[in-house]
Design a protein around this ligand. Structure first.
Ligand SMILES: *Cc1c(COP(=O)(O)O)cnc(C)c1O
Length: 399
């Protein structure tokens, strides 16, 4: 319910009702079962623990199938996946890359790794992602279209790419964004780190941009301990990612030859084994995460001063992290809610500190980001582990 002051005790009780009587409910815990143990043991028994091995191939193929793309290349983490995406999308030293200020620091960091400058853009409450209508208005005045691309009229730098982020698993509005990208000659690179299993208008996220990045960090929906992947339909770009992430080694028998400065970023087989088990169980985990989101939506609908963040009408979200917006002119209600929930063993947390306010990014080019400022002030993430909803086979033991 909007427009009223948060009833903190009722809000805490609603979260507690959904979470159940656990002593401490972390924000997002990996779910590791006998299947993960079995695959990792198989991997150890095979002796192939490094980046060559059957589980890596199987994991890459399963990812490509799941995400509806021709090619997936797994790497050691999501930030490096995004760095590789930006490099193969043509981002060069001195370029600018549009990205939301409401995101994890990995997004602008990957831009900086390319020697390029993050240029921050605003977000909207429906998806928590890029505010496309505001971006369209902004580009019309902030950018000059030339034959070879679009340039920031203030800095003179080329705008090489845009990185939409599917925040907490909610897909942002990709179709009108794609229209803008075509109009301005800007490459779209999806940061799908949080949205594995989410769909935009019936199609998996991660297949709309020229390339996309996934993350398999320990707190994400699918984990490999640490890991990430690059997705693309372009065989040339996939080959380039494989080459760059395998020290740019050229296949020449037992000779070690490299044709440029590459990176050592391939995902080890041991981690891929964990990932294969997680992907086998993903449909089940997604179904339970969806049930959890429905329970939160229902329980919180009776509490004044707080709004549960539903998936946008055009999308299906993986509900990686459930989120609410706490109403109020300041942050007092939000802070009271954060304090009361954490004191009660409910691991809630605020949104990221906005990127354009961090010391290394507070002088970057940026549009007005009022929407993101308001969201960052109101957002609270709720405990979202799939284990908070028992699998159908789960039978509580007596005592
Ligand atoms: C997790 C995440 C990343 C980076 O992934 P790591 O695997 O932690 O490097 C990038 N962008 C967003 C939006 C993320 O949530």
């Amino acid at each position: 319910m909007m427009g009223r002051v948060l009833d903190v005790p009722r809000a805490v009780a609603a979260v507690r009702e959904v979470v159940g009587p656990s002593e401490f409910a972390p924000l997002h815990e990996p779910e590791l079962t006998a299947l993960e143990k079995q695959y990792v043991t198989e991997c150890l028994d095979s002796g192939w623990v490094s980046y060559l091995g059957a589980f890596v191939d199987r994991f890459d193929q399963a990812l490509a199938r799941l995400c509806g793309v021709e090619h997936a290349v797994s790497v050691v983490n999501g930030t490096n996946a995004l760095h590789l995406c930006l490099l193969v999308a043509g981002v060069e030293t001195g370029d600018e890359v549009l990205c939301p200020t409401l995101t994890f620091v990995g997004t602008p960091n990957a831009v900086r790794y390319c020697g390029a400058e993050p240029h921050f853009i605003d977000s909207e409450p429906g998806s928590l992602g890029v505010d496309v209508p505001k971006l369209e208005e902004y580009l019309a005045v902030a950018v000059e279209r030339r034959d070879d691309g679009s340039y920031n009229v203030q800095t003179g730098r080329r705008i090489a790419a845009i990185v939409p982020v599917h925040v907490f698993g909610h897909p942002c509005d990709l179709d009108p964004l794609q229209v803008l990208c075509e109009r301005y000659g800007i490459a779209m690179v999806e940061d799908a780190a949080e949205s594995i299993g989410s769909a935009y208008k019936g199609e998996p996220t991660g297949r709309h941009g020229r390339v996309a990045a996934l993350s398999f960090n320990g707190n994400k929906v699918v984990t490999t301990g640490g890991g990430g992947a690059v997705l693309t339909n372009d065989a040339g770009l996939a080959a380039r990612v494989r080459h760059l992430s395998t020290t740019a080694r050229i296949g020449n028998g037992y000779f070690f030859e490299h044709d440029e400065v590459g990176f050592n970023l391939r995902l080890p087989n041991l981690n891929a084994a964990l990932g294969c088990a997680q992907l086998d169980r993903l449909p089940d985990m997604l179904a339970r995460k969806r049930t959890l989101a429905e329970r939160y939506a229902e329980a919180l609908s009776k509490v004044s001063g707080v709004t549960f963040c539903q998936e946008p009408a055009y999308a299906r979200s993986n509900y990686w992290l459930n989120a609410v917006l706490v109403e109020g002119p300041g942050t007092e209600s939000r802070d009271a809610f954060l304090e009361a929930t954490n004191a009660a063993g409910l691991g809630t947390r605020p949104a990221w500190t906005l990127m354009h306010t961090l010391p290394m990014y507070n002088t970057q080019p940026a549009m007005r980001v009022d929407g993101a400022i308001e969201l960052a002030r109101k957002l609270v993430n709720l405990p979202s582990s799939p284990a908070l909803v028992a699998p159908p086979s789960f039978v509580p033991s007596a005592g």
